[in-house]
Design a protein around this ligand. Sequence first.
Ligand code: TXA
Ligand code: MG
Length: 337
Amino acid sequence: MRILSISDEDIARAARALREGLLVAFPTETVYGLGADAFNPTALARVFRAKKRPRFDPLIIHIAALEGLDPLADLDALEGERRDQVRRLCRRLWPGPLTLILPKRGAVPDLATAGLPTVAVRFPDHGAALRLIALSTGAVAAPSANPFGRLSPTRAEHVRDQLGDRVDLILDGGRTRVGLESTVLDMTGPVPRLLRPGGCPQGEIEALIGPVDISGGGPVNAPGQLKSHYAPRTPLTLRGPEEMAAPDYEAGAGYLFFSGASRERWSRRLPAGGPAPLTRVLSEKGDGVEAAANLFDTLHELDRRGLSRIHAEEAPPEGLGPAINDRLRKAAAAGAS
Ligand code: TXA
Ligand code: MG
């Protein structure tokens, strides 16, 4: 495994590696992806092996231009209104942290889609990712670059530490901006359906296409939809804001607050003179976008500290709150099992 920069020269090298069937981890605006040429089944098989990911869990294919969509997805297979909605979403929210599930074209290998008749497509908003994809075959399959079920990587070092030599090259573009995965929206059913809350808030989608179904449970039994996923090694307890403010304190545990105000409230009620507990705050000013950007990064950091437990506070339910709480709930479920 080698770590490269995101200079033009290094990106060109990484694109050649992709065309040769190698695995390249690269930054996107959400998290780092573990990339393979989407049209090369041997390379796709290596992705599943490297992540120890079950083959029933399909991959997202990344494109670098709107024209990249047509070879992958057949919009004509959608009924008229749905097709118009897809076009609107693509025009307004791409590039960006939104993945669309669409009817798949025959040229897309079954391994990429786990044999489903649908394909997940995403146009990431990240210069280095776009240059890499454009210089390769224009379609790069990339799950998050973490072992199956573990925390998603927001830095090149997270990929190196978690995947090591199971990846050939890592493009180091620093810390990712959004910090949690894309929103996954299924456009192939009778109504648009949110399969995974993520970096694109539900409200932004609904402003363009009207209400989406959030009752959950997609057509696949996919880990994005499994209860236990995105897990730190340290057991994690999710607490509502009231519960989090309780003045209990577990020695050896870490406390992860949504805002500076929550930490304040909690620390005022701690018994005086005791040891200073380890605390982290996702966003001092309580901003959901900033909190999302810090979520995995902070969980990776806390996970290295050998804590007995992480007590994490739920985010308020607006904006990116549901995406943050989804990841925290899944981390908590993993610890419980
Ligand atoms: O932000 C992201 O989406 C990142 C970066 C690298 O782009 N990628 C990512 O990929 O999170 P992954 O593989 O960790 O998550 C993909 C999710 C999974 O929950 C998978 O089940 C779902 O998308 N998915 C993929 N294809 C699908 C399909 N045809 N139908 C339903 N769900 C699908
Ligand atoms: Mg993932």
